[in-house]
Design a binder for this molecule. Structure first.
Ligand SMILES: Cc1cc2nc3c(=O)[nH]c(=O)nc-3n(C[C@H](O)[C@H](O)[C@H](O)COP(=O)(O)OP(=O)(O)OC[C@H]3O[C@@H](n4cnc5c(N)ncnc54)[C@H](O)[C@@H]3O)c2cc1C
Ligand code: FES
Length: 271
């Protein structure tokens, strides 16, 4: 397969998540095997190409979902498309979450804003293989009630055995009828005081949220090896060839985008 050559994918369904975020359901012409944590390059003729995380767990079929915020050229065009439209897809690319190392552990998913999108793939995987993992704690935060992703699905996740889901919005972002929490993610994590014993944390969001969440996790006794994140650098090839995404000797597209916090601190220093 030529990894530089986009393949055609059809948009089978579109779900509006928030005013500027939609989840697109794609079906790829031919095989598309991926693991939670990987990403793909999406192209639209005349608009360009951009990388996005896959936000659904693999099903064995050449289908996947991606949860995409309207940001610029490519995403503006994508958000205009309707089911039945086709786009170009390259990938999947990158190092996924180390599912085998996570098996048997309790998992803590901490996502802020669109940062929760890449976490939904390993979360769906853990829910689909419930017996293979310990308790799951999900902390999903956003600036305001209108910006919280996957609210309906969170209700279903919460019904599963030993799964606790906390939705939270920043102070000032609450709205009438909001039954979730009000508070910044690091504070909410502190209040939930998850145990670091036999647990791993998957965290993704804006750098400021990650910085303070790491401080909280540190106070709770988590080590950097227990914390995994997925990085977003500007990318072009997605294959470790063009050098667009490098941080020192690391190519985020090929060596990541999933890294342990221990690895991140080794190549970028402290958050
Ligand atoms: C591995 C990976 C996974 C990603 N997953 C998702 C996802 O699941 N959902 C999602 O909505 N987005 C995701 N992104 C971000 C997405 O690729 C960018 O927002 C992309 O720029 C959108 O393309 P565009 O043409 O619409 O916007 P553009 O026209 O390229 O830019 C929009 C604005 O964002 C700025 N920008 C672009 N890229 C970056 C960057 N890496 N860091 C900071 N600023 C940037 C530009 O300067 C501009 O101001 C991911 C990025 C990476 C690298
Ligand atoms: S995007 Fe080209 S090397 Fe990573």
């Amino acid at each position: 397969m030529d990894l530089y050559q986009p393949r055609q994918a059809t948009i089978e369904a579109i779900v509006r998540e928030t005013p500027d975020v939609k989840t697109f359901h794609f079906r790829v012409d031919g095989e598309f095997c991926y693991a939670p944590g990987q990403f793909f390059e999406l192209s639209i003729p005349g608009a360009g190409e951009a990388p996005f995380s896959i936000s659904s767990a693999p099903t064995g079929e050449p289908v996947f979902q991606s949860t995409i915020r309207r940001a610029g050229l490519v995403t503006r065009e994508l958000h205009r498309l309707l089911p039945g439209a086709t786009v170009g897809v390259r990938g999947p690319f990158g190092r996924p979450f180390p599912i085998e190392q996570l098996r048997g552990k309790g998992l803590i998913f901490i996502g802020g804003g669109i940062g929760f999108a890449p976490l939904r793939a390993p979360l769906q995987y853990a829910l689909a293989h419930r017996q293979d993992f310990g308790p799951l704690l999900v902390v999903n935060g956003a600036r305001s009630v209108a910006d919280v992703l996957f609210v309906e699905q969170a209700r279903a996740w919460q019904q599963e055995k030993e799964v606790q889901v906390v939705l939270t919005v920043d102070p000032g972002g609450e709205a009438p009828g909001w039954s979730g929490r009000v508070g910044l993610i690091p504070k909410v994590v502190e209040e939930m005081h998850p145990s670091p014993a036999n647990a791993a944390v998957l965290v993704c969001g804006p750098p400021i949220m990650i910085k303070f969440t790491l401080q909280t996790l540190d106070r709770l006794g988590f080590t950097d090896e227990q914390v995994l994140t997925t990085l977003e650098m500007r990318m072009k090839c997605g294959l470790g060839k063009c050098g667009r995404c490098n941080i020192g000797p690391i190519y985020v597209c090929k060596d990541g985008p999933v890294f342990s916090m221990q690895e991140v601190k080794a190549f970028v220093g402290d958050f």
